[in-house]
Design a protein around this ligand. Structure first.
Ligand code: BMA
Length: 379
């Protein structure tokens, strides 16, 4: 080999090495890393962000799909507290069916626009996905078979079909672009409440820990590795039921390399004695947050309350006596109250407040506490 040929071979080899490095998707895009840094600062401050599901799509007595007010400026939190929630959750269930509307009758086009509107105002977006049952075609709550996850893993009969569903989800994510053309950074929270047995991906009888981990990692490999979606932070959020079980979280944990945030879903249940019910909720939240804090430390992850609230807010002091009391002293990034449904069929299915609602004054007082952050507080 002449010196020249040697040099050419070496340079071809280093090009090959470099280009293979280039093809490997970095864990986080610069925008996702900036979001991560921003969130870490907030998490360490001891304050937590107010978060509300579908906040810009509808509220108890309004709905962008119906009212035609598609500038996404309305929110029940804004109407009561004078500012938007810092974090807005959006639900992508049924995007896999390739229709125009989500399972909650929200246009996907509006979800994209509202996400960007919130992002452009300085807010943070999180997406959940109540994906249909790929084996039966029924809803996410169809737990008639314990073979669903197995059937969509590589080699399973529904694998191709399910990857097509993931493809549609990826297409949506790839369409959410900021003004400068970058993919909008966001938090993705798939396969949630997996500690229960009410979703087809639940480890309580519907799928094994191993298959759950395989599902998570397959989702990650596809969305990030194959589709290049490294603009998202991955959040896992088991349901606490009586109290978060740390061993359960460990056994079903997909790995530090594919998780950025560990959250928990914890609701306040119903009962005649609203004060006693609130006290139970506080107890359950605080005990679970102890466990979550330890898990967060162990894995070096931020922690959140990914879903919470009391349906119909029966205690008009729920916010100060329930939520604020639960979070006191913990370093929680955000607490997301579930949706305020607007349709007649779901009347009473609200978890936050709205103007004139019995707990609205208390909600306002809660949002005025020093450690509670609305949108303007995180800018
Ligand atoms: C549930 C309920 C349902 C809704 C689903 C997905 O908790 O609010 O009505 O369809 O979340 O958003």
């Amino acid at each position: 080999m002449t010196t020249l040929t040697k040099l050419m071979t070496i340079s071809a080899l280093s090009c090959a090495i470099l280009s293979s490095c280039k093809q490997e998707t970095p864990r986080h895009s610069p925008e996702a890393q900036a979001l991560m840094d921003r969130l870490e600062k907030i998490a360490q401050s001891g304050a937590h962000m107010v978060a509300h599901q579908d906040a810009l799509m509808y509220g108890t007595y309004w709905n962008v799909n119906i009212d035609g007010t598609q500038d996404f400026t309305r929110s029940d939190v804004l109407s009561v507290a004078g500012d938007y929630p810092a974090v807005v959750g959006f639900e992508l269930g049924e995007i896999e069916l390739q229709g125009e509307y989500s399972l909650d009758s929200v246009k996907f086009d509006y979800i994209r626009e509202a996400s960007l509107a919130h992002y452009n105002r300085g807010g943070i977006v999180t997406y959940s996905w109540h994906c249909r049952n790929p084996l039966t075609g029924d809803t996410a709550w169809d737990v008639s078979s314990d073979q669903v996850v197995k059937s969509i893993l590589p080699g399973g009969a529904e694998h191709e079909k399910f990857m097509g569903w993931m493809g549609t989800l990826a297409d949506f994510f790839l369409s959410v672009k900021t003004e400068d053309g970058a993919l909008m950074p966001f938090i993705f929270r798939p396969w949630h409440e997996h500690s229960g047995g009410w979703f087809w991906w639940g480890i309580d009888g519907k799928c094994t820990n191993e298959d759950y981990i395989a599902l998570w990692r397959m989702s990650y490999d596809y969305l990030v590795g194959e589709r290049g979606l490294n603009n998202m932070l991955w959040e896992i959020s088991p349901d606490v039921r009586n109290c978060l079980d740390g061993d359960m979280v460990q056994a079903s944990y997909p790995g530090d390399d594919v998780v950025d945030i560990i959250g928990m879903d914890c609701y306040c249940w119903k009962g005649d004695d609203v004060k006693a019910v609130t006290a139970d909720y506080v107890k359950k939240m605080r005990a679970s947050l102890e466990v979550l804090t330890e898990l967060g430390k162990k894995h070096g992850k931020m922690i959140t309350v990914a879903e919470t609230g009391a349906e119909g807010v029966p205690n008009d002091k729920f916010w100060t006596e329930g939520l604020a009391e639960s979070l006191r002293g913990f370093n929680v990034l955000y607490a997301l109250t579930w949706r305020n449904a607007s349709d007649e069929a779901h009347r009473g299915h609200y978890f936050c407040t709205y103007p004139g609602e019995a707990s609205s004054e208390d909600f306002k007082a809660y949002t005025q506490m020093d450690n509670v952050l609305l949108l303007n507080d995180i800018k």
